[in-house]
Ligand binder design. Sequence first.
Ligand code: NAD
Ligand code: UD1
Length: 331
Amino acid sequence: MKILVTGGVGYIGSHTVVDLIENGHDIVILDNLCNSKIEVLDKIKEITGKAPAFMVGDIRNRSDVDNVFNTHHDIDAVIHFAGLKAVGESCEKPLLYYDNNIAGTVTLLKSMSAHGCKRIVFSSSATVYGDPATVPVTEDFPLSTTNPYGSTKLYIEQILKDLCASDSEWDATLLRYFNPVGAHESTLLGENPNGIPNNLMPYIMKVACGKLEKLHIFGDDYPTADGTGVRDYIHVCDLAHGHTLAISKLDGLKIYNLGTGTGYSVLDMVKAFEKANNIKLPYCIDPRRPGDVAVNFADPAKAKEELGFEATRTLEDMCRTSYEFAKKNFK
Ligand code: NAD
Ligand code: UD1
């Protein structure tokens, strides 16, 4: 297939482009590079031997999106990663998030429709489950959000549901990611956030490389085995392959959790990272982070049954590849 990947230069997008190319697909990337670096394209070529077509542009600009479809007439489907994802920033700048994520998606969908391309895989998030009453979480759990970033994911899901209901030609698969971590085995691709990271694994990586003094664990008084928050960490290469499976099975509206089905606490992650990399991670216990839930992990059964999706990489793989990437790439 010829696939347009929006946000394909970013963390999950770049790993997915590699997996798609390795599975024989032709790729066109549209990215405005607001949270990624153009050098990633060379890394993709180094890994796969093939350079994806790239157009710099913004999904909010109709002419940028039209330009992609007018240049590449035969696009079969879109995988839509382009979006802003920082929860804290979304609380400070909600209009930026609604504009970039929601208005951008509507513009993309209008252009797709006008060019007769009505097949899309969308990057949603486990954040749409809010604070789940029980775990593991299945796709039919009630949806809610606690911040503007989460609201953008929920609203875009609804837009895609409405679109599929209005026109049977549309196929939309919503993938709800749990917590993607890790890096490509080559150490050429990975997550490299600017400044102080919000998420656990990038923070651990910066502490491990001596860029930050110690990890601040947000609360040890949750109702969990060791009191720290529990999440479903999934290797980004496993997650990437989920898109390759999903794109081949587009058929009406589909919704899948992409997780491992296993929850690990913050302290489990610290211990696993120390063991995998034979290092010591200094940490302290801080108060809970507002908006955090105690436990969230997936029931991945539906994705396994319908897509044949199964995460195969271990927690050790996640910790080892994260550190190897950080050592090579954190300046
Ligand atoms: P990322 O920031 O690394 O990648 C996003 C890419 O989209 C970047 O390359 C950025 O430059 C581009 N982009 C942003 N706005 C754009 C716009 N208006 N026009 C064109 N390009 C634009 O983030 P990621 O971690 O790879 O996440 C990809 C998607 O997955 C996002 O939609 C995110 O919300 C979603 N998601 C991520 C996580 C996670 O933990 N990383 C979890 C759940 C869902
Ligand atoms: C966060 C977002 C979520 C988003 C997801 C992926 C919040 C409230 N939620 O999820 O909307 O979809 O990232 O981008 O921001 N932790 C620490 N110290 C740290 C960082 C994290 O102890 O420095 C703990 C957290 O309290 C949590 C766990 O580590 O228990 C994982 O945190 P994080 O990586 O931020 O992911 P989520 O909170 O699951």
